[in-house]
Design a protein around this ligand. Structure first.
Ligand code: ATP
Ligand code: MG
Length: 379
């Protein structure tokens, strides 16, 4: 007999309810209507939580949700990905949307009309993102929630930054008339997300920010219940300690359980020792892969990377004192000289190696903040 299909997700419904209530509130004293920024470190379950728990919760509370992942296709401009998500949301509504699109002056036609007219949506096109959102709001007659996963990517291109401003304008417009628009942005790096909220000239200045709590012991207990085909019994106490050691990243645990599953010489009594070894081996392998990239940097690239890691949000790439710091980190090596063109080139190479992130306005950040902790080992 077939076993019932296993739900592959551990659900956090209470957390989803709490966040959904915060987001949908019409409390005038809450900053939630300006936008809600949710961050958590990489690979800790942001997307899973949003798609599996938060979206259904928001929908069950009457919202119409549009989800867009700006990492889905890194070759495409974030503005285009946002426009594409709105186009598909409108296309899904079919004739209901057509009426609203026509009302806003977008001419469609016959059967394929919706498709044809939707091409006109986007930054710099005849129908802006705001109009598309107004049509969505009108056609659904519901509060709209736009979720932008990896929202920091919007700031890496000019069009992406423009898209965020267009969303801000739409948010103000729809919150004044109509059922309202809430924007939820997620990301894994506080510094990068801060670029969208921290200064007055940013689209989401003043938006509320929260850290998404990591998965905890109930997740580990769930893993222990779900795990099959292991040669012994899992000890949740030990597994939890390993989960914390692995930065609350589920893949280190599930991967190590797989390693144990396929280790055919393993006896029941050795299971937890083996799992411990496998989790640590996986963490070490992940660190080694990054260290290999760091060790292959040229002296100037390495100096630039270290100074950026050290200074974080206060990093000024081409300042006089920063140049002196690069030189100090380079020690005996004097070529290539730390001057503006060479530093610019080093930053470009660091971006290509996936170590550094750059906003379209010129701010830099570590692609992965956790890498800073590895630097002493790379020396
Ligand atoms: N609630 C959960 N139940 C089961 N597995 C989970 C859960 N949350 C995360 N995982 C697993 O952990 C891994 C990372 O999850 P996810 O992609 O959601 O994280 P993320 O924080 O969005 O990652 P990224 O930083 O790459 O965007 C995936 O393999 C996913 O299946
Ligand atoms: Mg994700």
């Amino acid at each position: 007999m077939n076993e019932p299909a296993q739900d592959k997700t551990f659900h956090r419904q209470d957390l989803a309810r709490r966040i959904a209530a915060l987001v949908l509130t019409d409390d005038l004293t809450s900053a939630a209507s300006s936008g809600f920024f949710l961050s958590a470190p990489r690979r800790t379950g942001k997307t899973t939580f949003i798609r599996q728990d938060l979206v259904p919760q928001l929908e069950s509370m009457g919202a119409h949700v549009v989800y867009v992942d700006l990492w889905k296709d890194r070759a495409r401009d974030p503005a285009e990905l946002i426009a594409q998500a709105l186009r598909s949301a409108l296309a899904d509504l079919g004739p209901r949307a057509l009426k609203w699109l026509t009302r806003l002056g977008i001419k469609g036609g016959r059967v394929a009309g919706v498709e044809v007219s939707l091409d006109q949506i986007g930054i710099g096109k005849s129908m802006g993102l705001g109009d598309a959102l107004a049509a969505l709001g009108g056609a659904t007659d519901r509060i709209l929630v736009l979720i932008i996963d990896e929202a920091q990517q919007a700031n890496t291109t000019r069009a992406g930054a423009d898209a965020m401003f267009a969303l801000k304008a739409a948010r103000d417009e729809l919150n004044m008339k109509g059922k309202g628009l809430r924007v939820i942005c997620t990301g894994s790096n506080q510094n990068k997300l801060a670029a969208l909220t921290a200064s007055k000239d940013q689209a989401f200045f003043g938006a509320s920010r929260s850290d998404l709590p990591p998965l905890q012991r109930p997740f580990i207990d769930w893993i222990c219940q779900q795990a099959r085909s292991l040669p012994g019994t899992l000890d949740p106490e030990i597994l939890m300690a390993l989960f914390v050691e692995a930065g609350h990243r589920p893949e280190f645990i599930t991967g190590a359980l797989d390693d144990a599953r396929f280790d055919l010489s393993l006896e029941a009594g050795q299971l937890m020792d083996a799992v411990t070894g496998y989790v640590r081996a996986r963490m070490k392998a992940a660190d080694e892969a990054t260290l290999k990239v760091i060790r292959s940097l040229t002296p100037l690239q390495s100096a630039v990377f270290r100074v950026l890691a050290e200074q974080g949000a206060g990093y000024v790439p081409f300042g006089e004192s920063t140049m002196a710091l690069y030189a100090r980190y380079m020690g005996e090596v004097t070529s290539p000289r730390p001057d503006t063109p060479n530093v610019q080139q080093a930053l470009q190479s660091l971006q290509e190696k996936g170590l550094v992130w750059k906003a379209s306005r010129g701010e830099y950040a570590l692609e992965e903040p956790a890498v800073a902790k590895l630097l002493p080992k790379a020396a």
